[in-house]
Design a protein around this ligand. Structure first.
Ligand SMILES: NC(=O)C1=CN([C@@H]2O[C@H](COP(=O)(O)OP(=O)(O)OC[C@H]3O[C@@H](n4cnc5c(N)ncnc54)[C@H](O)[C@@H]3O)[C@@H](O)[C@H]2O)C=CC1
Ligand SMILES: CC(=O)C(=O)O
Ligand SMILES: [Mg+2]
Length: 573
C-alpha cells in the first residue's frame, strides 16, 4: 500500500469539515428561536414550532419506547446524537439511568458485535496499519479541536473478545459518557479506532466487515505504530488527554507512555480506582480490617491485575507491608490458581501476584481455590458468564457474615453471576457490585439495589481533572485520588441504605467531586500547568469545574447570546 493519507489531502484541498461535522450538529434543534434560526440560516429547514425541551423529550421517549429491542434503541439514539447533539445530551442528562445501559454496557457490546452490519455514519476516526508513516497527516482530517480521545484496537472489547474495528462502539460510548457525566464538549472528543488487523477469523471472512482483512500486527509493529500515534496526536493537539481502552495486552503501552504523555489506561487504572472506591465502602460496612482480607480474583488480565494492585496500595496505606498486602490476593486464570510452580511461563503482569505457598499443589477450578483460600472477597474479571455458581455463592455465605461478591465482567452476558443469584444464594448477605447494571429486587420485605462497579464512575472525572489542570501526566496518585473522592461522594441517604456507589442518576455531581480530587492531587505532585487553580479554595474550585462543563440545556442560550452580540454590533454601526 502506498501513502493513502497524502492522496486524501490532495483530493480535498478545501478541508473535510464541509462534508463531515460529527458531534456538533445542534443547528437544527427545534428548540431554537425563530431569530436564532434566521441567524443560523436554518429558518424554514425545520418545522415551524419552537419547542420546549419537555415536548422534545416526550417525542424522543415515545419513539425510543416504540423500539422493540435494545439494539433498535441504540440505533435511534445514535441517529439522535448525529442529528441534534444537544437534544441527545439533554435527554441523557435527564434520563441517565434509563439511557446509559442503551449507549454503554450492556447494549454497546451487541452494537460492537454487529458494527459492520449496522454501520450508517462516521462517528470517529479510523487509522489503519497501512497509514503508518502518515498518521500525522491523516489526523489533520479531523475537523475539530480535541481535548480528549479514547483509543482502542478492538482486540478485547468488553468480555467479547477481539472484535477488530467493530469495537468502535466503545470509544464512541465512553466519550458520550465523558460529555454526559463530566461535561466535556462533544465536539472536543475523538473516538479513535486503530485498525491493526484482527485475530478473529469470522470477521475476516465476513463480507460486510469494514476493517482490514489481515492478521493482527505483532507486538513490535503495534509498539512502533503507537509511538507514531502518540507523537502525532500530541503535536496536533498539545495537552490532549489520551485514554487507552480495551487492548488485549495494555501493560506495555501504559508503562511506555504514562510518564511521557497525558494518558492513562482505563481498564487497568480506571477499573482499579472504581473498585477500590466500592471496596473502601464495603470494608466500612463489613467491619473487617485490611489485614484480615483474603481476596480471590477470577481473571488475572488487565482489569484483574489492575484492581488487585490498586487494592494492594490501599492495604499498604492501611498499615500492611507490601509483602503482607500482596499475599492477601489469590489470582485465578484460565489455567487455575496462578502459582510459581504451575509449569507454564507466566505473563509478566501476573508474576507479582503469583503464589509460592501452595506447597506444590495446583488448584485448577474456582471451587477448589475457594475451598483452599476461604476468601472474604470474590472478584470476577474473567469474561466467564455464570462462573460464580450457586455452590460457590452459598459457600461464600457460609464462610462470611458479609462476603464481598463483585462479578465485574461485561456485558451482562459475561457477568460471573446475576444480582438475583448473588442475593438468593448468599441469603441476602453479600455486598454486591457488578460491571453491568442489574435491576433492583425485593428480598424479605426489603428493596435491594445492586451497586454498579464500573469505571464510568471515575474516568470522566480523571479526564476532566487532567484537562482542567493541564496535567503533564496522569499520575498513579491522581488515579488513587479519584477512588478516594468517589468513595466519599455518597449522600447520607445512600450511606444509610448501605450502598457502595452513589446513584447513577447523580453521576454529573459525582464527577465534579472526582474531578476536584484529581486536580488537587495533580497540584500536590506538581504536574499541573494551570497554576491559577492552586489559588482557589475548595468551594471556588467546585464552582470553576462546574463553569467549565458543557451544559446541553444552555446551548440555545449560547446561540441567543451570539445573536445578541451580533445584533448589538449591527445596531451600533
Ligand atoms: N467493571 C468494569 O468497570 C470493568 C470490567 N472489565 C471486564 O473484565 C473482563 C476482563 O477484562 P480484562 O482483564 O481486560 O481481560 P483480559 O483478557 O486481560 O483478562 C481476562 C482474564 O480472564 C482469564 N480467564 C479467561 N477464561 C477463564 C476461565 N475459564 N477461568 C478463569 N479465568 C479465565 C484469563 O486467563 C485472563 O486472565 C471483561 O469482561 C471486561 O469487560 C474490564 C474493565 C472494567
Ligand atoms: C467497562 C470496561 O471498561 C470494560 O468492560 O472493558
Ligand atoms: Mg474497557
Amino acid at each position: 500500500m502506498g501513502a493513502p493519507s497524502a492522496n486524501i489531502q490532495q483530493a480535498h484541498p478545501s478541508g473535510p469539515s464541509r462534508h463531515f461535522v460529527p458531534n456538533s450538529s445542534g443547528d437544527f434543534d427545534t428548540s431554537n428561536t425563530l431569530e436564532a434560526r434566521k441567524y443560523l440560516r436554518t429558518y424554514g429547514l425545520t418545522p415551524p414550532t419552537v419547542e420546549s425541551f419537555e415536548t422534545q423529550a416526550e417525542r424522543c421517549l415515545a419513539i425510543l419506547h416504540s423500539k422493540q429491542t435494545p439494539i433498535d434503541k441504540y440505533q435511534y439514539l445514535t441517529h439522535l446524537r448525529a442529528s441534534n447533539v444537544h437534544l441527545f445530551y439533554r435527554l441523557l442528562a435527564d434520563y441517565v439511568k434509563e439511557l446509559t445501559p442503551l449507549i454503554y454496557t450492556p447494549t454497546v457490546g451487541e452494537a460492537c458485535q454487529k458494527w459492520s452490519h449496522i454501520y450508517t455514519q462516521p462517528e470517529g476516526m479510523y487509522l489503519s496499519y497501512a497509514d503508518k508513516g502518515h498518521l500525522h497527516s491523516v489526523i489533520q482530517n479531523w475537523p475539530h479541536n480535541v481535548e480528549i480521545t479514547v483509543v482502542t484496537d478492538g482486540s478485547r472489547i468488553l468480555g467479547l473478545g477481539d472484535l477488530g474495528i467493530n469495537g468502535m462502539g466503545i470509544p464512541v460510548g465512553k466519550l458520550a459518557l465523558y460529555t454526559a457525566c463530566a461535561g466535556i464538549r462533544p465536539d472536543c472528543t475523538l473516538p479513535l479506532m486503530l485498525d491493526l488487523g484482527t485475530s478473529n477469523q469470522a470477521l475476516i471472512e465476513d463480507p460486510l466487515y469494514m476493517g482490514s482483512r489481515r492478521p493482527k500486527v505483532s507486538a513490535e509493529e503495534e509498539a512502533e505504530f503507537l509511538d507514531e500515534l502518540m507523537a502525532a496526536l500530541t503535536e496536533r493537539w498539545p495537552g490532549i488527554v489520551i485514554q487507552y481502552e480495551d487492548f488485549k495486552n495494555p501493560f506495555p503501552s501504559l508503562q511506555r507512555y504514562q510518564s511521557t504523555y497525558t494518558m492513562f489506561n482505563d481498564d487497568i487504572q480506571g477499573t482499579g480506582a472504581v473498585i477500590l472506591a466500592g471496596f473502601i465502602n464495603a470494608v466500612k460496612q463489613s467491619g473487617t480490617l485490611a489485614k484480615d482480607q483474603r481476596a480471590v480474583f477470577l481473571g488475572a488480565g488487565s482489569a484483574g491485575v489492575g484492581v488487585a494492585k490498586q487494592l494492594v496500595e490501599f492495604f499498604i496505606r492501611e498499615g500492611l507491608t507490601e509483602d503482607q498486602a500482596r499475599r492477601c490476593f489469590w489470582l485465578v486464570d484460565s489455567k487455575g490458581l496462578v502459582t510459581n510452580d504451575r509449569g507454564d511461563k507466566l505473563a509478566e503482569h501476573k508474576v507479582y501476584f503469583s503464589r509460592d505457598d501452595n506447597e506444590g499443589k495446583q488448584y485448577e477450578s474456582l471451587d477448589e481455590v475457594v475451598e483452599y483460600v476461604k476468601p472474604t472477597i470474590l472478584m470476577g474479571l474473567s469474561t466467564i458468564g455464570g462462573a460464580f455458581t450457586p455452590k460457590i455463592l452459598s459457600r461464600m455465605a457460609e464462610l462470611n457474615d458479609r462476603p464481598v461478591v463483585f462479578p465485574l465482567s461485561n456485558p451482562s452476558s459475561q457477568s460471573e453471576c446475576t444480582f438475583e443469584d448473588a442475593i438468593k444464594y448468599t441469603k441476602g448477605k453479600c455486598l454486591f457490585a457488578s460491571g453491568s447494571p442489574f435491576p433492583k429486587l425485593e428480598y424479605e420485605g426489603r428493596t435491594l439495589e445492586p451497586g454498579q462497579g464500573n469505571n464510568m464512575y471515575v474516568f470522566p472525572g480523571i479526564g476532566l481533572g487532567a484537562i482542567l489542570s493541564k496535567a503533564v501526566n496522569v499520575t498513579q496518585g491522581m488515579i488513587y485520588a479519584s477512588a478516594e473522592a468517589l468513595s466519599t461522594s455518597l449522600t447520607k441517604e445512600e450511606v444509610a441504605q448501605n450502598w457502595l456507589y452513589p446513584d447513577v442518576s447523580r453521576i454529573r455531581e459525582v464527577s465534579v467531586v472526582v474531578t476536584a480530587g484529581v486536580i488537587r492531587q495533580a497540584q500536590k505532585e506538581g504536574v499541573d500547568r494551570e497554576l491559577h487553580l492552586r489559588n482557589l479554595n475548595d468551594e471556588e474550585l467546585d464552582a470553576y469545574i462546574r463553569s467549565r462543563m458543557y451544559d446541553p440545556f444552555k446551548e440555545r442560550d449560547r446561540v441567543d447570546d451570539e445573536l445578541a452580540q451580533i445584533t448589538g454590533q449591527v445596531s451600533k454601526l
